[in-house]
Design a protein around this ligand. Sequence first.
Ligand SMILES: *Cc1c(COP(=O)(O)O)cnc(C)c1O
Length: 828
Amino acid sequence: MITPIGYDINEICSAVKGSWICKAKSYPLKSLSLDSRKIIHPANTIFWAIKTNQRDASKFISPLYKKGVRNFVTQSKVKANQFPGANIILVADTIDALQMLAAYHRKKHNRTHVIGITGSNGKTVVKDWLHLLLSRNFEVMKSPKSFNSQIGVALSILQIRPQHQFAIIEAGISRPGEMEKLEKMIRPDSGIFTNIGVAHDEGFKNEEQKINEKLTLFKRSTSLVYPGEQQQITKALKNKVFKNIKIFNWAKEPGNLLKIKSIRRSGSHSNISVQVHAHTFSFSIPFTDKGSIQNAINCFAELIATGTFKKDMLPSFRFLYPVSMRLEMKPGQHGCIIINDSYSNDLQSLSIALGFLKQQLKSQHTVILSDILESGLKDPELYNAVASLLREFGVDQLIGIGKNISASKALFSEISKKEFFPDTASFLSHLPQATFNNEAILVKGARKFLFEKISSALEAQVHQTVLSMNLSNLAHNINVYKSLLKPGVKIMAMVKAFAYGSGSNEIASLLQFTGVDHLAVAYVDEGVALRQSGITLPIMVMNSEADSFEQMIKNKLEPEIFSFKILSEFSSFLSRHHILAYPIHVKLDTGMHRLGFEEKDINELTGILKRNKNIRVRSVFSHLSSADDDSAQKFTLSQFNTFKKLVSKIKDSLKYQFDTHISNTSAISRHPQFNLEMVRLGIGMYGIDSNTKIKSRLRVVNQLKTTISQIKELKAGETVGYGRTSVLKKDSIIATVGIGYADGYSRILGNGKGKMLINGQLVSTVGNICMDMTMLDVTKLKSVKEGDEVTVFGNDPSIEKVAEWAETIPYEILSGISQRVKRVYFEE
Ligand SMILES: *Cc1c(COP(=O)(O)O)cnc(C)c1O
């Protein structure tokens, strides 16, 4: 996990009240890392050597120093003389120090409204839903996935940036005393207590102690939302002296600030009516289970409590999806649906998952359930409760896996079909005899039971074409380019066209974490999608049009201004909306002759830019037409010189700072003198560079794979495919694979021009490429069978090779992979 940070070492040292083991140069740092393996930009990273009872990360200081890291925090007395030029801060406790830095950061960002969430269940769902609801109108950050503990909360807080109007932070505790520490960092302005669960956690004496502890989070908050039916919370609140807190409890019963007038389930939806003072609001959610209803009302109440509620938010409730419950639903074999819940395994989450199972319109509902660990209940009590839940939700079949649930089998007498197995392996070995048919199957197990093996065994083996992205290699490639840049040169990552076909949101999130400075997209829509997925980096939009200005500004996107027409349209839009100094990027045409102001326009342009108070030039840039072509060196150089000349005219006239940039990938690797203040990195991120020396340092990111659907043995003289273009010269074995021109596999690659890799050997296409399929000649392969994996591109054949066969460039191959091809991402 890499955390962006903007402090220099002196500020960090005083924030954590540390002392110096050694001290050298101080400069603003870009990221903070706790993981020695994941350091992207050593010189700008501070490594926080966390020490716990199990391990002391200070042993990584020396190897990291060798890799170029110069800033450390530790609680072990390392020897200063071994680390010349390094800044090493000594603290009493590295975790406390991290929390002090987070608290410092929170104080600095006290204009951000922080929403703190705690409770036994639903924290993450409420966080994700609120984020979704608020992001329409505000700049909102939320803590990452399960970052709710002592270290996770600190790292989350450090992600707050000045532009965030809201930060939603989840707090989880398991022991007394922990919330006090979390509260110091989070200091929520408003709070949500989602609910209090039935099971009591190991670390607490009783429920009362647990509630009191959790309420500590809200001692300085000005509002608190909670379900009023949970009277234990009301009771605990009576004994607290929270001075300024306003309570937003909700329930059907009177005495609550929000009155639930009705909850009506219809089909797969629930319609909820809530009265707030004199007004009644109704909304519908795509769930019928109690947990989801509670989560949705908690979100609604928080919108009221923070004064952010607007009537036009109500329709959004319809689109609250169960993504964040990690309830994954996939097609299974024999017409089954597999619901996979790897979220948690306790009674509360079981009842949510059962509610979801029940919604599935299948004739039989089956549950595969492991032992429930750490419930705090004795076994008979626990499995009695499980049995009554299964009964309540009409489960037809139970498969219990684990020693404890097996020992309690007598308690499940009311379920007609049931089987028990001591462990996952013995169930899997029994699986070939088991028959599941057209049923909904909930697979729910504690982590150590490895139930993912069960779900993958039950899932339908869909033979699909998959484009996979190796994010670790992408990060590596960015590092290679960073190492080519002079310190301080900024990177604008080009993520237009769905990040060259690789998936904008996923790639942009990685880029945000690895620390690029700017993003660029082709259209406003692409930028809006990035904002909605939580990207906060500045984003330039290359093709701005007048009808998208409103979206542009709402989403803090920065237009490329390339003509007088767009300049005057945009500035009059700004002036109508009384917006001053809005950042723009001015595009100059120095020879590409696509978009941009030309030399003859410069005097008029500088005149307008200078007078216009509505805009502020953030950068001036141009694009090279032939940076990858050595034979065009002279032209490239003349483009650069023209650019410098025009820039200096604009600089003279504007009298304020802006960045300039002209380099794309090829220029970074071939013309280091063109770096200027910023570069625009595109295809190089995906391991493609025309400079072979740089190329050899890059790693492959994208792999496109498919599978063999059928194999046929054909006689000499027969033909293959549409139009009978390929006549077989000899008896042949032909494999049909699941990719065609509708997936982005060009028709040019047919009739032997293209090759794919099967079991380590390249084989050629036969006949014309079809819309969804391609035929390959596999006669020469020793072993090949239906279902075998086929590499369309990756290490071999490379994208460059496929581009060559298809008489095009790698850019077109990558960005041409159609959206119906499934994208998967992995890290190594
Ligand atoms: C796409 C694009 C780039 C990136 O080019 P690569 O060759 O992929 O690095 C840079 N600048 C502009 C204006 C672009 O459109």
